[in-house]
Design a protein around this ligand. Structure first.
Ligand code: ARG
Length: 272
């Protein structure tokens, strides 16, 4: 049963990692457990990866971070991770999060693991839009960082997504980093799928006609990115939410990074 009547703002992040996601619009990180039995298509879809992707090569996306609460993230600086607001509990000192970086295989002994010291959740975050947060790390991670889009120049075209989240609705979290490409979906089209889309703060991507490729539970907080005109990766989105995963007509919704670029930069500068 789709819970399309439920409004996103009534849904908050589950307190416990691994909590059962009963709502199709769940923002819960790693809410990858089985959906209700009546979920259409939940188990019958072709299984691939992110959903519909392939394994990333070691070093291909060196800015990718896995966070211990079951989210993704990206290195904004060597000691600040950009993730989703719904992946964290609020702002302030926080040593509870471990960031894993430098590997595609989370069990690789070469993985670099660093604890958090402080979290900044987007000011005014209430479950609709503004889905960004920063995590300060106890020490720098020696990997390349990912630049964020400063304006809307790159908010179009084909985007790359990556994460260790579920490879299908209700699927398990992944050991290996998965990646796929998703096309931009314009706001008008996306608003028709999701009436409560916050157009200025959210950016949609996915295959409207066929579905089949998408981020999914546990990918939240991770980056959506593309090449800029100089051939450098630039982050345009943060994995936020969607109705199920990879359903036709239901694109993934991403935080529109360019909208918050100056806020994010200012917050990072304040973290020192
Ligand atoms: N909220 C999910 C998480 O916490 C991400 C869901 C993304 N869904 C989608 N259909 N693109 O991991």
């Amino acid at each position: 049963m789709r819970t399309t009547t439920k409004h996103r703002k009534h849904l908050t992040r589950a307190a416990a990692v691994g909590a059962v996601a009963l709502a199709a619009f769940s923002l819960s990180p790693a809410a990858a457990t089985a959906r209700p039995a009546a979920t259409p298509g939940g188990d019958g879809e072709p299984s691939a990866t992110v959903v519909g992707g392939t394994r990333a090569q070691q070093g291909q996306f060196p800015f990718m971070v896995r966070l211990s609460m079951g989210c993704g993230g990206s290195l904004l600086t060597k000691d600040v991770v950009l993730t989703a607001a719904h992946c964290v509990d609020g702002s302030g000192p926080d040593t509870s999060i471990t960031a894993t970086a430098g590997v595609v295989d989370l069990r690789d002994p070469a993985a670099v693991k660093v604890r958090s010291t402080e979290v900044v959740q987007a000011p005014g975050y209430d479950g609709q839009g503004k889905d960004w947060a920063l995590i300060k790390l106890a020490k720098p991670i020696d990997q390349p960082t990912l630049a964020i889009a400063k304006d809307d120049t790159y908010n179009k075209g084909d985007f790359t997504i990556a994460g260790w989240g579920a490879d299908r609705e209700g699927g398990a979290q992944q050991r290996y980093l998965l990646t796929a490409q998703v096309p931009y979906v314009d706001d008008v089209t996306c608003k028709s799928a999701y009436p409560d889309l916050v157009e200025g703060e959210e950016l949609c991507a996915g295959r409207m006609d066929t579905g089949g490729v998408d981020t999914c539970q546990g990918d939240s907080g991770g980056p959506m990115f593309r090449k800029d005109d100089a051939g450098q990766w630039v982050q345009v989105g943060i994995v936020s939410w969607g109705d199920g995963c990879a359903r036709p007509g239901k694109p993934g919704v991403y935080t529109e990074v360019s909208t918050f670029a100056s806020d994010i930069q200012a917050a990072a500068d304040q973290l020192g």
